[in-house]
Design a protein around this ligand. Structure first.
Ligand code: ZN
Ligand code: ZN
Length: 152
């Protein structure tokens, strides 16, 4: 991980928060930084351990969950439903605008996660199938496991 990439991500994340009328506080920044550095899905407790190792005063788990909720809300991080783990958004640095709905390709071998966007037609069709069963989707996030290009 290049320090410059990390700095650039943090600066962009601060800008995004400012644009949305929120703020990347020092605590939030620390969590996001750790999440970017880990660069693979990690649990809230795993992240808490990393962050607390750097802190004089340990942060309680509750604060970590609150901060992660904030980061997910701001689309700076994503929560994988299948593993209950978190990853930093891979588009903080490059895209001014985030996809409306993001889906994930998760590599079984290296745990790398790729964010992808699906067509509206495909999502409609999925909703239709669920609706026909009287099923109301609580998550419209798709997660696929497989083997990534690099591992193949
Ligand atoms: Zn993202
Ligand atoms: Zn892989």
């Amino acid at each position: 991980m290049h320090v410059s990439y990390l700095e650039s991500v943090i600066t962009k994340a601060e800008g995004r928060c400012r644009d949305r009328g929120s703020r990347l506080t020092p605590l939030r920044r620390q969590v996001l930084r750790a999440l970017v550095e880990v660069s693979e899905p990690i649990s809230a407790y795993g992240l808490l351990e990393i962050c607390n190792a750097e802190r004089e005063e340990a942060m309680p788990a509750m604060s970590m969950y609150r901060i992660l909720d904030f980061l997910v809300d701001q689309q700076l991080a994503h929560r994988l439903v299948s593993s209950k783990k978190y990853i930093a958004c891979s588009h903080i640095d490059c895209c001014p605008k985030h996809f409306q709905r993001v889906h994930f390709l998760i590599c079984d071998q290296c745990a790398r996660v790729k964010e992808v966007e699906m067509s509206e037609a495909m999502m409609d069709s999925l909703n239709h199938v669920a609706g026909a069963e009287g099923f109301k989707l609580s998550s419209r996030q798709l997660e696929f496991s497989g083997v990534c290009g690099e591992c193949r």
